[in-house]
Design a protein around this ligand. Structure first.
Ligand SMILES: [Zn+2]
Ligand SMILES: [Zn+2]
Length: 818
């Protein structure tokens, strides 16, 4: 039996459509055939997707043919002439609501070819694009990504979440999908990233070179009549049937407002809320007017319960299972199953040829030499240890299985119970209701995939290498679990419970390096900072840096006094004394090694104290002092930055959040080595009194310990800062000074044209050499005569890199040269 909707009917939507906004296209004919078709037999027989507001004619060509299994007489009288229903009929409303359910599973655009089929037929990887394996694209090089990649192009899948590891092929799958869309099913596509620089970089590395090297895409994107110019620099390309844009999620006007039925958000874990809330939710709200929209988020995990994980939990949560090549046991691969040092080799004959059973094609593995470099993957069921070559082969049989519970036939079903994969699943790895034996309706709408590096053809030795490196540093360890293993992992929000806990890490330099040593032997150079506080004076901090930016605190001092006092009794005099002071290192055969601050960063950020800062800093620019201003965003130090605000308060910007992020991670390092922070312990007499202090006391440590990282980097209060003080009243000078010192290191390294501090030659000298030179100058350290701040016009012409800019000194300032 057939019936038709009137072509003149107004837009009808399902009253109880499961997806908000789901409904029928205007003037859409639908023909229903009364023969039954089960859920699992559904093959989308329609040609294209239907969109409510598609203005192009190509979606209005032919009536859509649908098959279903209910009787039309359920809804209206068979006596109705021609079975034509007029809009507004009560029956039609009932009908449409039920039809929505059916069309969800039935009217889907036909799959022309899968993304993988497209990629293997069309894509040729070019060595000049940096492809490790040039030549025809072969999915066999990364078999685990096949199912997720094909799900992206599957018309039945409306939303997909990809949680991939580093080297997991996520970017490749996204690019393949976009290319296949452009060629096979063009429409407007957006690929959004959290920040603009990433969007630009990804467009230029992951997408455009590939488009240019694939003939069918190049013809449409770069050679079509739509757009003769290469507009890749504009981050947007047009092709017949649509456009592709690379906006940032930070700008709702760029993403959610773009009319598009297909949107991808990459690096979703690092996305931040906008005025419109979560960019994925905003996109979904906009896209729901398309019956068949496609919303994809992809990312590695960040910490625990990040956005991507939350999105994944809304899906079918598919997990890849590896069938053991020996016993056939299917299991989820885990890090714990990696064996280190076991070494199996293929059995070879005398000439080194592999011995293969001619009948079965099997070969034998025999134990080789014990080698700690060698890692194998152990089957948890039969304990068979697979070397990489066997594991790579086994990966081709990986099966994706749904793990999310679902409702059907009035009850909840769990495919995985206590870690046991029970199912039942169909051949696509999607659950089947154990009661009605059908695939639950809508279960394929949202698919989620998550795979670790163990599922890729990355040598296990390399994985273990990264793990061993990361083990020493909690921040890197989190990155290892998040990025490589695709596991949720978050280090403690606080670096230490209390300041005292940190204080216990302080070391007695004299005991380690010898009597009188203030600067440990590993230090290559000293760097310092001055933070101005109108309420009490100055904070001075001096730290020595060695290889890998491992650092040793040397001296911290709260210089109390009136910041307007420029006399010998004032804080500035003391600060300059400290800056010029010689600090003792070890004594070797030739004499006593001494160090002096190479570069001091002075914060002139504070409105109340900026004039004082300028008065101290400007005459000393180019002589080991730089003016800086801490600001929240931006890199800790931009090596190409020039002096900002040259005519008013010239300074270099320092990114404080970036600095906090680095230092917060490093303060967790407890083993000596790159990044470790060291402090000198105060000398205490037998009654517990401090005899000699280096300034890193409980107060300083309490300030350091007070800052905790925020979970999930949620920014509901509008602040982009990832760190918040646990106790609000505790000051943050310790943090500020450590950030500025690190900025000074970066500034110095950049100004000397070095790649890193590792390239810095040790800057100590012998005391007897310096004493001769220093005897010459014995003037006042700061000029006490002048009351007015010095006006300086830093030369605007030569800000080459971060090199401190030579100052056009005011003649009146000559007197305070020291
Ligand atoms: Zn096994
Ligand atoms: Zn059921």
């Amino acid at each position: 039996m057939l019936f038709r909707f009137p072509p003149s009917g107004s837009r009808r939507r399902s009253e109880e459509g499961r997806r908000s906004g789901g409904g029928f296209a205007e003037g859409r004919y639908a023909r229903l055939r009364s023969e039954g078709i089960g859920h699992r037999e559904r093959d989308a027989r329609t040609d294209r997707g239907i969109r409510l507001d598609d203005h192009s004619e190509r979606y209005r060509e032919e009536p859509q043919v649908v098959t279903t299994d209910f009787s039309v007489s359920d809804f209206f009288s068979p006596s109705h002439p021609d079975g034509i229903v007029r809009s507004g009929d009560a029956a039609i409303r009932d009908l449409t609501s039920r039809l929505t359910e059916i069309t969800d599973s039935v009217i889907r655009p036909r799959v022309r070819r899968t993304v993988t089929e497209f990629a293997e037929q069309e894509i040729v990887l070019k060595a000049e694009n940096g492809e490790p394996i040039p030549g025809k694209y072969r999915q066999i090089n990364n078999p685990v990504a096949k199912v997720p990649q094909d799900a992206l192009g599957d018309p039945e899948v409306l939303e997909a979440v990809l949680i991939a590891c580093a080297q997991g092929g996520k970017s490749r799958s996204l690019a393949n999908f976009v290319a296949s869309k452009i060629v096979d099913d063009p429409e407007n596509i957006i690929v959004a990233y959290p920040v603009e620089s990433t969007a630009k970089e990804k467009a230029k590395t992951d997408f455009f070179p590939m488009f240019k090297s694939v003939d069918s895409v190049r013809k449409r994107v770069f050679e079509s009549a739509t757009d003769k110019h290469d507009k890749t620099s504009l981050m947007q390309v047009r092709y017949p049937g649509g456009f592709l844009k690379f906006p940032t999620t930070a700008s709702p006007s760029q993403t959610a407002s773009t009319p598009s039925g297909c949107a991808i958000i990459d690096e979703y874990s690092r996305v931040e809320d906008t005025d419109e809330g979560d960019p994925r939710m905003a996109l979904r709200a906009r896209m729901s007017r398309f019956v068949f929209y496609k919303l994809i988020v992809a990312s590695t995990l960040v910490g625990k319960n990040c956005r991507t994980m939350q999105a994944y939990k809304e899906t079918d949560m598919s997990v890849p299972l590896l069938p053991c090549p020996k016993c056939g046991h299917e299991h989820k691969m885990t890090f714990a199953n990696i064996d280190i040092g076991r070494h199996l080799v293929e059995k070879v004959d005398d000439k080194g040829n592999l011995i293969v059973d001619p009948e079965t094609g099997e070969f034998e593995l025999v134990p080789g030499d014990i080698n700690p470099e060698d890692c194998t993957y152990r089957c948890p069921s039969c304990s068979y240890s697979m070397p990489d070559s066997v594991r790579y082969h086994a990966l081709e049989g990986v099966l994706w299985k749904q793990t999310a519970p679902f409702f059907c036939c009035g009850r909840k079903h769990k495919p995985v119970v206590d870690g046991n994969f029970l199912g039942p699943w169909d051949e696509e790895g999607i659950c089947v209701c154990p009661v009605c034996e059908k695939r639950p309706v809508g279960i394929k709408d949202k698919r989620g995939f998550r795979w670790s590096v163990l599922y890729t053809k990355t040598p296990l030795r390399q994985v273990i290498g990264v793990f061993k490196e990361a083990e020493k540093n909690p921040v890197k360890l989190q990155q290892f679990w998040n990025d490589w293993m695709a596991e949720e992992f978050e280090i403690e929000a606080k670096i230490a419970k209390t300041g005292v806990e940190l204080l216990n890490r302080a070391e007695d330099y004299e005991q380690i390096y010898g009597p009188g040593v203030e600067v440990p032997e590993e230090v290559l150079g000293l760097f310092s900072t001055l933070d101005i506080n109108s309420s009490y004076g100055l904070d001075f901090n001096l730290r020595g840096f060695g290889l890998g930016e491992e650092s040793w605190g040397v001296h911290y001092e709260k210089i109390l006094g009136d910041v307007e006092d420029w006399t010998k009794d004032g804080p500035w005099y003391r600060a300059e004394q400290l800056r010029r002071q010689l600090w003792h290192g070890i004594r070797d055969d030739e004499g006593l090694r001494v160090y002096r601050s190479l570069l001091m960063a002075v914060d002139i950020n504070d409105y109340a104290t900026v004039e004082h800062g300028k008065r101290y800093v400007y005459p000393r620019i180019g002589k080991g002092v730089i003016p800086i201003k801490g600001r929240a965003a931006g890199p800790l130090w931009n090596p190409t930055a020039s002096l900002l605000g040259r005519h008013t308060d010239a300074h270099y910007p320092v990114g404080s959040i970036a600095g906090k992020t680095i230092i917060h991670g490093r303060l967790r390092i407890t083993d000596d080595g790159p990044g470790k922070y060291h402090w000198p312990a105060d000398e205490i007499d037998i009654e517990g009194n401090v005899v000699k202090s280096h300034g890193y006391g409980e107060g300083y440590m309490t300030e350091l310990a007070n800052l905790k990282s925020r979970p999930n980097h949620s920014h509901s209060n509008g602040s982009p800062d990832r760190f918040i003080p646990e106790v609000k009243s505790v000051r943050q000078e310790a943090w500020d000074t450590e950030i500025y010192i690190l900025a000074a290191v970066k500034a110095y390294v950049a100004s000397k044209g070095l790649r890193s501090i590792d390239d810095l030659k040790p800057t100590w000298r012998y005391l007897h050499e310096i004493e001769k030179e220093d005897a010459v100058e014995e003037k006042d350290l700061v000029d006490a005569r002048r009351k007015r701040p010095v006006r300086v016009n830093p030369n605007p012409k030569k800000p080459d890199g971060p090199k401190p800019v030579p100052v056009q000194r005011d003649p009146r300032a000559r007197g305070d040269r020291i």
